[in-house]
Design a protein around this ligand. Structure first.
Ligand SMILES: NC(=O)C1=CN([C@@H]2O[C@H](COP(=O)(O)OP(=O)(O)OC[C@H]3O[C@@H](n4cnc5c(N)ncnc54)[C@H](OP(=O)(O)O)[C@@H]3O)[C@@H](O)[C@H]2O)C=CC1
Ligand SMILES: O=C(O)[C@H](O)COP(=O)(O)O
Length: 498
């Protein structure tokens, strides 16, 4: 169970607050303040974490800098070995970590276990990929550039950046944390994690698995506290050499404040699903329901607007409605499909979008229903571009349908968004699919399937306000290194076999 057994040392039972992790130890903050984590289902405080101070952040950064120097001198195979060990420990303890996800972010029980197992697999794969790509360098010879003789040999290899700051969002507090931690570590960096408040306790348990694996003191740290309070101090800290952030508009603000350091930003999305007349309509309906309502729509890759040719819209709407009728609604402990959204303010925001659509005349395919943070799945048909829901990201179980009369109209709506994460197109004509994919201004287009980040080694990136850089295991490793060259200058040109 959470905070028990091997996890006992991460919990201060007297004060009933989880500790933070610094210099290889679990510590109480000198602030003597805590941050409450509200269970989205009960809307009561379920866990508490330390509200770390700026002084504690400074210490963590100093320790990270020292530990990173030694870690960079640790052979690559040894770094990989420790990551494999952490992955195995993480998977062995999937039950208590999944329990935290259920209580902190109302993730359905089965999905919570899947998140932890997927995270273990991600860490192992990163270790293997790191050994492959960091073990290789490059040799360039000078005579390929005009005017040069073959008198210079350039050896380049990938070296660590230093200290990486990782800030994941609430919806995947374990998986989107390890997708930053593992690449940073295999590449020889130190890592400071600031977990999301909702999801912080799951993240602390995950960090303890790395602790148990035996990583050196100070190399990994985890400081807790509200992003609004310690966020700026962390992201503008001079000890940080790289920020990997996933979340909402906060990322745009961070990118404006951060210094001359590499940024990996994975932000919001308004993923469009374009449906053509020749599509397999059963496949479309299944993907709209899965894509729109998995984890109650709280995925950056959720289908967030359906752009469907009017001639097939009635049929698809009927199929989607019938599938939605089978979705179970209730607590995450019962493994329901639709569970309470993460906070009351999130539920209020979603409700605001629904009311705006109602006032402006959208067709409600189901009655709008809400109890506390629990919102029943809702399909809104005949949505028009003057409605907020046509453009804004509900991050909840509410899906708008816009009927279109040409493919161009669908592409135009998709590209008029300030977001550009993913999109999908359904058609049986592969040539049309490719041309539509080319025209869509999004980081990824899925053909005949709903958007998704995984498999986790695929490149994952957002255009426009959806992000900076590219993720996916290989790209994340490459983002967390810099290239270093050493040039050998020969006294005279030298041509082999010449
Ligand atoms: N593209 C993608 O892969 C994903 C995008 N998202 C987007 O994220 C949003 C929802 O997730 P949510 O967690 O609420 O996003 P937020 O942007 O609110 O929070 C993300 C993280 O940033 C932290 N944070 C908050 N303020 C600051 C600050 N000033 N400086 C540094 N860190 C800060 C949060 O901590 P705290 O919790 O303590 O506030 C949290 O750890 C949606 O817009 C969604 O689209 C979400 C998941 C994936
Ligand atoms: O944070 C998110 O929402 C994701 O990165 C989406 O991941 P998924 O497509 O695997 O749900």
């Amino acid at each position: 169970m959470a905070g028990n057994g091997v996890f006992a040392e991460i919990y201060d039972g007297e004060a009933e607050v989880y500790k933070y992790y610094a210099e290889g130890e679990w510590r109480k903050s000198s602030s003597a303040k805590s941050v409450s984590i509200i269970n989205p289902t009960t809307r009561k405080t379920h866990f508490k974490v330390q509200a770390c101070t700026q002084e504690e952040v400074n210490k963590v950064m100093d320790a990270a800098k020292v530990a990173q120097k030694a870690w960079a001198r640790t052979p690559l195979w040894k770094r990989a070995e420790l990551l494999h060990k952490a992955a195995a420990i993480l998977k062995d303890h999937k039950a208590p970590i999944a329990h935290c996800l259920v209580k902190e972010i109302a993730k359905p029980a089965k999905d919570a276990v899947t998140e932890v197992v997927r995270s273990g697999d991600l860490v192992s794969y990163t270790a293997e990929e790191g050994v492959r790509i960091l073990g290789e360098g490059k040799l360039l010879v000078s005579d390929s550039f005009p005017g040069n003789e073959r008198s210079k040999y350039c050896l380049s290899s990938k070296i660590p950046l230093g200290v990486v700051l990782a800030i994941p969002p609430f919806n995947y507090p374990v998986n989107l944390a390890v997708s930053k931690i593992a690449p940073a570590l295999i590449a020889g960096n130190a890592l400071v994690l600031k977990p999301p408040t909702q999801g912080a306790v799951a993240a602390l348990h995950m960090i303890h698995c790395f602790h148990l694996a035996g990583f050196p003191k100070g190399l990994i740290s985890c400081v807790t506290g509200k992003g609004s309070e310690i966020g700026d101090f962390l992201t503008m800290h001079p000890g940080v050499n790289c920020i990997s952030f996933t979340g909402g508009d906060t990322g745009i603000a961070i990118s404006k404040k951060a210094g001359m350091i590499p940024l990996q930003m994975e932000l919001g999305g308004k993923d469009a699903c374009i449906v053509l007349e020749d599509a397999d309509l059963d496949l479309v309906a299944a993907n709209i329901v899965k894509g729109g309502f998995s984890y109650s729509g709280q995925r950056c890759t959720a289908v967030k607007v359906v752009l469907i040719m009017d001639s097939v819209a009635d049929e698809v709407v009927e199929k989607v409605k019938s599938k939605m009728g089978k979705l179970t609604v209730g607590p995450p402990e019962d493994d329901c499909d639709i569970t309470p959204v993460v906070t009351e303010s999130s539920a209020n925001f979603i409700e605001g979008l629904v009311m705006d659509a109602k006032e402006k005349g959208a067709t409600f395919c189901q009655e709008y229903r809400r109890e506390g943070n629990l919102i029943w799945p809702l399909l809104l048909d005949h949505v028009r571009p003057d409605m907020r829901i046509a453009w804004e990201e509900p991050f909840g179980p509410v899906l708008p349908i816009i009927r279109i009369h040409s493919v161009e109209e669908g592409i135009h709506h998709c590209n008029a968004s300030n977001f550009g994460l993913q999109g999908c197109v359904f058609t049986s004509d592969i040539n049309k699919a490719i041309m539509i994919s080319d025209a869509m201004e999004t980081g990824t287009v899925q053909i005949n399937s709903a958007p998704a980040r995984g498999p986790d080694h695929f490149p994952f990136q957002g255009l426009k306000d959806s992000g900076i850089g590219s993720q996916g295991i290989t790209n994340s490793i490459n983002m967390m290194v810099k290239v270093k060259s050493t040039v050998i200058n020969l006294p005279a040109p030298s041509y082999t076999m010449g």
